[in-house]
Design a protein around this ligand. Structure first.
Ligand SMILES: [Zn+2]
Length: 509
């Protein structure tokens, strides 16, 4: 393996440095020019800042890859837009084949009403259709789909019905898995999906993804990771979180050995509740804009505790999706029982969106970690409607979490938000508003996507760039030290280096 020289970069706020990497580690950090062996790959930084490699500590790359080749409904601001895009998807499909799409958001529609199957039936008469909301927690199924799944006979709060008792086509939470199981899948398709996302992630400066595996597609997704790894075709590092139903599958002969290298299975992802957008996040008090509804807990307290204990007993990390304060509380209880005060398995709460002071204190008490998604702050413009003014003060309280000493790392939840860590840091610093006591400094925002994410994923915490630190690095096009937060979103990625390999460089094909 040839070495890599990054010339004229800014390291830790100091300009004019040369950084030479060899054998997967940083070998030399020196001011000015340095001598390097012949054949060294040279990256000209022109004064750009060099950072430890950016990490997305919560994303769904396989889902994003699937979205890239299905009907993309993000940005549609009315049902006409949804219908038009669906028509194109239906035309590409064979008769009777499932058509899937993702990304609609009724909050952006006039009237903000939930769509029903009647809104899409006439444009998809010959195909079953499932269109997932932007949050991933509810979906709209058309009449052909309801028929194909035999849903008419099933009762339950997860299948929405109108005043006449007829299914509206809206399916929620746990019931979605049965729908997704019908979609065609293969390891080859999943591998192609991952590769398209990987290329985009590298361009955005990401070196490592904390990859959430889908409950309905874990066999194909783990096989895709294993075959890409075995073929030497992975350019990024993966810290993998499997669904509980995949725990036994991990024992498949040879699987762990084929994954070893760029992939490490860290833990198990458990869902405690849904999303605020879909009003399925579990709240202590009802929704301000739906007083009869407090959301949905996916598990009883006992079930969740048992799941966490199972994961903990295997020596793995439990990461619990919890958005509403009731769900965060339930997750804390479950983790608290096994974590003591030090939480050696680094169990995390994913999102921890609505987290009032008492719950922040409890997280700190048990050293419970979290991953936060700063772009939710700028996207959830309707949050005050859902929660009211007062509760909204405890929504995404990033600075308050850090003040408690809680280790928080950043993630995109892609495909919910853009994969870009730079946009994530920008949102953490600006929150899209002028006044807020919860804005982070640049240093804190960077830590979300570097040192804290390393720590949250059991990676060696580089704590900066020095001789002997891992050669997993992100080079920006500008000197970002002291840069105004609003400008930071414009920063470009010059090069992405993973374990000493340049996996993206600006201008390269
Ligand atoms: Zn997620």
């Amino acid at each position: 393996m040839t070495g890599v020289l990054i010339r004229d970069c800014n390291v830790g706020g100091k300009a004019g440095y040369s950084v030479y990497c060899e054998g997967g580690v940083v070998a030399t950090v020196a001011e000015g020019d340095i001598e390097v062996p012949d054949g060294t790959e040279v990256v000209e930084a022109n004064g750009g800042s060099l950072h430890p490699g950016f990490i997305d500590s919560h994303c769904h790359p396989f889902e994003y890859g699937r979205l890239k080749r299905s009907v993309d409904l993000r940005g549609a601001t009315n049902m006409t837009g949804v219908r038009l895009r669906l028509v194109a998807g239906v035309q590409r499909a064979r008769p009777g084949e499932w058509v899937s799409g993702m990304g609609w958001d009724q909050e952006t529609f006039p009237g903000r009403e939930m769509p029903t199957r009647k809104d899409i039936d006439d444009v998809s008469p010959g195909n079953p259709v499932v269109l997932t909301r932007v949050c991933g927690h509810i979906a709209l199924v058309n009449s052909r789909g309801i028929e194909a799944l035999g849903l008419a006979a099933i009762n339950g709060a997860e299948y929405e019905r109108d005043q006449n008792g007829a299914l509206t086509g809206i399916v929620k939470e746990g019931a979605l898995e049965a729908v997704y199981e019908k979609l065609p899948r293969s390891a080859e398709r999943s591998a192609a999906d991952l590769q398209s996302v990987e290329a985009e992630a590298a361009r955005l400066g990401l070196t490592t993804l904390h990859c959430i595996i889908s409950p309905d597609g874990y066999r194909e997704e783990l096989e895709a990771l294993a075959s890409l790894q075995a073929a030497g075709d992975l350019s990024l590092r993966y810290r993998v979180y499997i669904p509980p139903e995949a725990l036994d599958h991990l024992g498949t002969p040879g699987l762990k050995a084929r994954l070893a290298g760029r992939v490490r299975v860290n833990g198990v992802k458990i869902y405690a509740d849904g999303s605020l957008g879909a009003r399925t996040a579990a709240l202590r008090e009802p929704y301000s804009d739906d007083p009869s509804n407090s959301g949905i807990l996916r598990h009883t307290d006992e079930e969740l505790q048992e799941l966490v204990e199972r994961v903990d007993a295997r020596g793995m990390q439990a990461v619990i999706h919890a958005i509403g304060d009731r769900a965060v509380e339930q997750a804390e209880e479950a983790i608290g029982r096994v974590a003591g005060t030090k939480n050696p398995r680094r169990h995390r709460i994913e999102h921890a969106s609505l987290v009032p002071k008492d719950l922040r204190g409890k997280m700190a008490k048990h050293s419970i970690r979290t991953t936060v998604q700063p772009l939710f702050i700028t996207s959830d413009v309707w949050a005050v409607d859902r929660l009211g003014e007062e509760r909204s003060l405890d929504l995404y309280p990033l600075k308050s979490l850090l003040k408690e000493g809680i280790v928080a790392s950043g993630g995109s939840d892609s495909p919910v938000e853009s994969l870009s860590p730079i946009l994530g840091m920008w949102a953490a610093m600006t929150r899209g508003v002028t006044e807020s006591t919860e804005k982070l400094t640049l240093e804190q925002a960077l830590a979300l996507y570097t040192s804290s994410a390393e720590s949250n994923g059991f990676d060696e915490v580089a704590g900066g760039i020095s001789e002997g630190s891992p050669a997993t690095l992100t080079l920006l096009d500008s000197d970002t030290s002291g840069m105004h937060p609003a400008l930071f979103r414009k920063a470009g990625v010059l090069a992405t280096i993973v374990e000493g390999n340049v996996v993206h460089s600006y201008g390269a094909a």
